[in-house]
Design a protein around this ligand. Structure first.
Ligand SMILES: [Fe+2]
Ligand SMILES: [Fe+2]
Length: 182
């Protein structure tokens, strides 16, 4: 069903995220089954256009902040999570939160939420300079890998002149502060 909704390319990406999340969860003592479920479904919102997502958010009375509403790349995460709950019947709040925050990140994310964010950026289908060493680093130190991945993704947002979500800034600051405190 998901393959039909997402199309071949995005479905392969979702399997890649599930598989990477499974490996990361294993390496860091987290729930591997939850990691696979969250990984498979994380981009469910991408089955819909931004207009459809805004419409569905309205129909579900889902409150979206202004920046998310005006940023097509951000919309699919929180609306996708809400749709998984309402339409697919996925009830596990910790999995839904991992889906909700996989694009912006946020301060105070737990281990599972962090590895879904990370797996999205380093799954085997991703090809960019440095991705191999990032995969290596991620197995040893999730926060160190996240610092690189978050900076990369914020740089892309800035290059595009796009809106920067405050949750992403809070996520980055928290990662840096954690390192400085030691
Ligand atoms: Fe996504
Ligand atoms: Fe993704």
């Amino acid at each position: 069903m998901l393959r039909k909704e997402l199309g071949r390319r995005l479905f392969r990406h979702s399997l890649g995220v599930a598989s990477m999340a499974h490996r990361l969860a294993g390496a860091h003592g987290l729930d591997q089954e939850a990691a696979v479920v969250a990984g498979i479904w994380h981009d469910y919102g991408k089955a819909f256009t931004p207009e459809e997502l805004r419409e569905k958010a309205r129909a579900m009375n889902l409150e979206l902040d202004e920046i998310t509403r005006l940023s097509p790349p951000l919309l699919h995460a929180p609306v996708g999570a809400a749709l998984l709950k309402q339409e697919i019947g996925l009830k596990d709040e910790w999995i839904l939160r991992a889906v909700k925050f996989h694009t912006t990140g946020a301060a105070g994310l737990n281990g599972l939420e962090k590895i879904i964010y990370l797996a999205d950026a380093i799954e085997v289908g991703r090809r960019y300079p440095g991705v191999l060493s990032l995969r290596h680093l991620a197995m040893k130190d999730v926060d160190a890998a996240l610092r690189v991945v978050v900076d990369n993704s914020l740089q892309i947002v800035l290059q595009k002149g796009d809106l920067l979500h405050p949750d992403s800034v809070a996520f980055r600051n928290e990662l840096i502060m954690t390192t400085r405190r030691g």
